[in-house]
Design a protein around this ligand. Structure first.
Ligand code: DHB
Length: 313
């Protein structure tokens, strides 16, 4: 059973990765999980300088979901290289450095510094943090800025360049087209939806920043629709993200057009969730009589020739 896939010459051993911000820098969970069973690891977003992030409270559980406002807390790219990359280099899995920044120059500086390092296999660009005023959402909701950042970063690397899109726009497919035109190798669809939870007794928002990013099973149907929409619009591969908890969830994402998936919120419930989904996908494909997990990609059948989505594609 073939499980692997290749993106710009980089081979992922299977189609299941852990999503940025949900697996630290790959080392915190090393005693309880086997990261080598993953297709890849997306690191927590890295910025040029370390960031403390937002004040508490930063995480709230919601029905079938989680609302977070971490605020891009991270150790900064220099400490990442010194303290985290040596361990990541020992792993037999693809390492994708996720980058967040408040200016195009900062995105370029972080990527350029990482380019000089062994052990980083590719980049995922976070232009869509919902929790930091200067954290990229103003880029990620502006199509021309999105195009410009992608084009600029493309000139700086020959490694896989993946742009993580926000659902907090009217038509996500227009953004996917812009990054495809600008030379991205893939898109991650999708980042968190903006949400709010209220403490009715205190009459206050539960999160310190009022709103946060909603993730988990609550957003899965939205994410599936976004992946489907993007898959109709672009040829580059899609990393499907949004509330995947089980093998069956991952299969849904592949069927609507994702080439691979990223597991996020499930890691907080079970740090081995992604490894279980990877094994489960293989077993599912075997049971279906397939020879390659990739045969599931885009294999959803429908009698409807033109979905409502396609009226704006
Ligand atoms: C952060 C939170 C998110 O939900 C997200 O998608 C990206 C970044 C954060 O606050 O760090």
């Amino acid at each position: 059973m073939k499980e692997s896939f290749i993106l710009r010459g980089v081979e992922f051993k299977n189609r299941v990765l852990v999503a940025s911000g949900t697996f630290g820098y790959g080392d915190e969970l090393k005693d309880v999980t086997d990261a080598n069973a993953l297709g890849g690891i997306c690191t927590k977003s890295l910025s040029w300088k370390p960031r403390d992030g937002n004040p508490p409270r930063r995480i709230v559980e919601t029905p079938s979901g989680m609302l977070n406002s971490i605020g891009l807390a991270n150790i900064g790219v220099h400490s990442f290289i010194q303290e985290k990359l040596p361990y990541l280099r020992t792993l037999d899995t693809v390492i994708i450095a996720n980058i967040a920044a408040s200016s195009i120059q900062e995105y370029c500086d972080v990527l350029t510094l990482l380019e000089g390092q062994d052990g980083v296999d590719g980049y995922e660009i976070n232009i869509s943090c919902p929790n930091v005023r200067e954290g990229g959402l103003n880029f990620g909701t502006n199509r021309e800025m999105t195009r410009e950042i992608t084009a600029k970063l493309r000139t700086l690397t020959q490694k896989p360049l993946i742009i993580k899109l926000t659902p907090n726009v009217t038509h996500i497919s227009e953004f996917a087209r812009a990054v495809e035109d600008a030379g991205a190798d893939a898109v991650s669809v999708m980042n968190t939806l903006i949400g709010l939870a209220v403490d009715i007794y205190a009459r206050k928002p539960k999160l310190s920043t009022i709103t946060g990013g909603l993730s988990g099973p609550a957003i899965k149907p939205v994410a599936l629709a976004k992946v489907y929409e993007v898959a109709q619009a672009v040829k580059i591969p899609i990393f499907g993200i949004g509330g995947i908890m089980t093998t069956e969830d991952a299969v849904e994402f592949l069927l609507v057009g994702a080439s691979a998936v990223q597991i996020g919120t499930a890691n907080f419930v079970d740090p081995s969730a992604a490894m279980k989904v990877a094994a489960g996908l293989k077993a599912f494909a075997v049971k279906q009589g397939l020879t390659d997990v990739g045969q599931l990609v885009g294999a959803m059948e429908s009698n409807v020739k033109v979905s409502i989505l396609q009226s704006w594609l």
